[in-house]
Design a protein around this ligand. Structure first.
Ligand code: SAM
Length: 204
């Protein structure tokens, strides 16, 4: 998976590649689908949600340019796989999931794997995690029609917010960098994510 799907497609950050070699993706996949855990596509994880294609997780991770010192907020815990990868590369990870069952399951896998620098909470991630703000990086792993205002407010100056922006069935992965008095937006690639459902996302 790492050689063929990730390195071969241009992911070069050696810390990112090392994290993907270390984190066992099959641990985050429902038992009946584990034969496909390292395949080149997203997989269902329950509640109509998905774990993203390995390459997309890698591209998003590399785009965050983590050094190991950051406090990161993830919106959309899902299986917990992206959170584990982030925890290998940043100081602390805070992750929010709207489905209690997914949040509980991801929490128990990450605990079993021994991660001490990940906190998960259940709720509407479009509101952010004000008690823990500000964050150096924010990553949204569901598709939003616009940039949720609370997330931009909870981002540090010179920090980065990465999110799929656009319509329900087609988005552009976008990096927003917060600069003094402004925010610069850089499109990265086209993508398709499940919807971000919440006050500052899509309505239920
Ligand atoms: N990062 C996940 C992983 O590694 O498995 C994949 C996440 S999946 C593509 C998107 C997730 O976002 C789903 O689990 C979905 O329930 C969650 N989600 C959607 N809207 C949300 C919201 N407002 N707050 C928190 N989670 C949300």
């Amino acid at each position: 998976m790492v050689d063929e799907q990730i390195a071969n497609r241009g992911i070069t950050d050696s810390r990112v590649l090392k994290a993907f070699l270390k984190v066992e993706r099959h641990r985050f996949i429902p038992q009946e689908l584990r034969n496909n855990a390292y395949a080149d596509y997203p997989l269902p994880i329950g509640e109509g949600q998905t774990i993203s294609q390995p390459y997309m997780v890698a591209l998003m991770t590399e785009s965050l340019k983590l050094t190991g010192r950051e406090k990161v907020l993830e919106i959309g815990t899902g299986s917990g796989y992206q959170a584990a990868i982030l925890a290998e590369l940043a100081k602390e990870v805070f992750s929010i999931e709207r489905f209690p069952g997914l949040a509980k399951n991801a929490g128990s896998i990450l605990r079993d794997l021994g991660y001490q620098n990940i906190k998960i909470r259940m709720g509407d991630g479009t509101l952010g995690w004000p008690e823990e703000a500000p964050f150096d990086r924010i990553i949204v792993t569901a598709a939003s029609p616009s940039v949720p205002t609370p997330l931009l407010e909870q981002l540090k100056e010179n920090g980065g917010l990465l999110l799929p922006l656009g319509e329900s069935f087609s988005q552009v992965l976008t990096l927003i960098e917060k600069k003094p008095g402004t925010a610069e937006s850089t499109p990265i690639c086209g993508c398709v994510f499940v919807p971000l459902v919440g006050k500052y996302g899509w309505r239920e």
